[in-house]
Design a binder for this molecule. Structure first.
Ligand SMILES: NC(=O)c1ccc[n+]([C@@H]2O[C@H](COP(=O)([O-])OP(=O)(O)OC[C@H]3O[C@@H](n4cnc5c(N)ncnc54)[C@H](O)[C@@H]3O)[C@@H](O)[C@H]2O)c1
Length: 367
């Protein structure tokens, strides 16, 4: 195992917490990356990681991504993530989530969390019995419901901005979009794109789902192989399944003009963003275009107003256009342009913190 402090320095982390409860089998890591903007906010992922190293690396990378996502999405939250080492099919129990509730509650408002891969809104009903640090609960328990709805809507705004930049139009009618993964987000995105008049190529490990959508939408949908969807000749490739899909192997095989998808950490490494730039493929930074979900759950902590959530999600369009234009004028990759914008915003807000507040403003979303 690498030295934890060295890894924290590499990614720029504030705090890493290891949580263990033998009675429930809980083994979890909370990574708090940066709280300049406010308390850390990010999902709780449960996966059967093959090692603690792998889980830690995932927690560190994902929590840094949350700082970037929350900053560009203009929420008053910093970046954090929780990973639970376990098989979501076998190792879940109400008590496990109550233990999570107690550990997260013990952070006293430094970290808020909710669903991610392997966890469901219903799991957090148990966690929320122990502390009020949880978001994205079912509507029946005070949450705002399925985050894939705003996520897909935000992604569509990103695709419109991409169309504006490349083809001088917001219309996606007649464009071909290849969607990798027709899960919660992919399915909603597909529905939105079909409505727009786009043609969609889809692939999912669950081939039955693909057949279902081909039946539903007819000739506007074509099914591709899971192993080769990224090689499809298309206008936009949309990774909506797992991260790391733009890597040494795939980057030269892409035949798209742009990439815009919901998956987190699509680039295996930042240098793959540079390679896309060299190849003239326009990349919409994942942490910006998939921010609709976090905008919704941040709204739960700030006092939920649907109109505000919609307005912030629509703003993804302008923000992405600004990033595309900056990348072009500075001749850098779009992911580096986005990262620069994040650092500038963080620096500006950090500069405000020297102004002392007269009373306790330490409530969620305000410092
Ligand atoms: N749901 C949200 O609000 C949200 C928000 C931000 C980011 N994301 C990210 O977007 C991605 C999709 O999220 P989701 O909620 O739709 O997840 P999901 O689990 O509902 O769907 C993922 C789909 O991808 C398929 N899949 C897995 N590996 C694949 C592969 N190699 N090729 C093709 N298909 C594959 C799965 O069968 C599944 O249908 C995830 O990476 C998630 O972290 C989701």
């Amino acid at each position: 195992m690498r030295d934890v402090f060295e890894m924290m320095d590499q990614y720029g982390h504030e705090q890493v917490i290891f949580c263990r409860n033998p009675q429930t089998g809980l083994k979890a890591i909370v990574a708090i990356h940066d709280t300049t903007m406010g308390p850390a906010l990010g999902g709780c992922r449960m996966l059967p990681y093959s090692s603690t190293d792998e889980a830690l690396e995932d927690a560190l990378r994902l929590s840094r991504g949350m700082t970037y996502k929350n900053t560009l999405a203009d929420t008053d939250f910093g970046g954090g993530k929780m990973v639970v080492i376990g098989d979501p099919q076998k190792d879940k129990s109400p008590e496990l989530f109550r233990a999570i509730g107690r550990f997260v509650g013990g952070l006293n408002g430094r970290f808020y969390t909710g669903t991610d891969m392997g966890t469901q809104p219903e799991d957090f009903i148990h966690a929320a019995r122990e502390s009020d640090s949880f978001v994205g609960l079912p509507k029946s328990h005070g949450g705002t419901g399925d985050t894939s709805i705003p996520t897909a809507f935000g992604l569509l705004q990103g695709m419109r901005a991409t169309a504006r930049f490349l083809w001088d139009t917001d219309q996606l009618a007649g464009r071909t979009v290849a969607i990798q993964g027709i899960g919660k987000v992919g399915e909603r995105l597909l529905g939105l794109l079909i409505k727009e008049g786009a043609f969609c190529i889809i692939a999912d490990l669950d081939s039955e789902r693909c057949r279902k959508f081909r039946m539903k939408y007819g000739d506007q949908v074509q099914i591709a192989d899971v192993g080769s969807i990224h090689k499809e000749d298309c206008d936009i490739f949309s990774p909506c399944a797992r991260g790391g899909v733009i890597n040494d192997e795939t980057v030269d095989e892409l035949k798209c003009l742009a990439i815009a998808g919901s998956a987190n950490n699509q680039l295996a490494d930042d240098r793959h963003g540079d390679l896309l730039h060299e190849r003239g493929i326009l990349y919409a930074p994942d942490y910006l275009v998939n921010a609709g979900g976090v905008i919704q759950v941040a709204g739960e902590l700030e006092g939920y107003h649907e109109e505000r959530v919609l307005a912030k999600t629509r703003a993804i369009y302008e923000m992405l256009l600004a990033i595309y234009r900056r990348a072009k004028s500075e001749n850098i990759s779009t992911c580096r342009a986005a990262d620069r914008l994040v650092i500038e915003r963080l620096d500006k807000v950090a500069g405000l913190r020297c102004i002392l507040l007269g009373d306790d403003h330490n409530r969620p979303g305000r410092r």
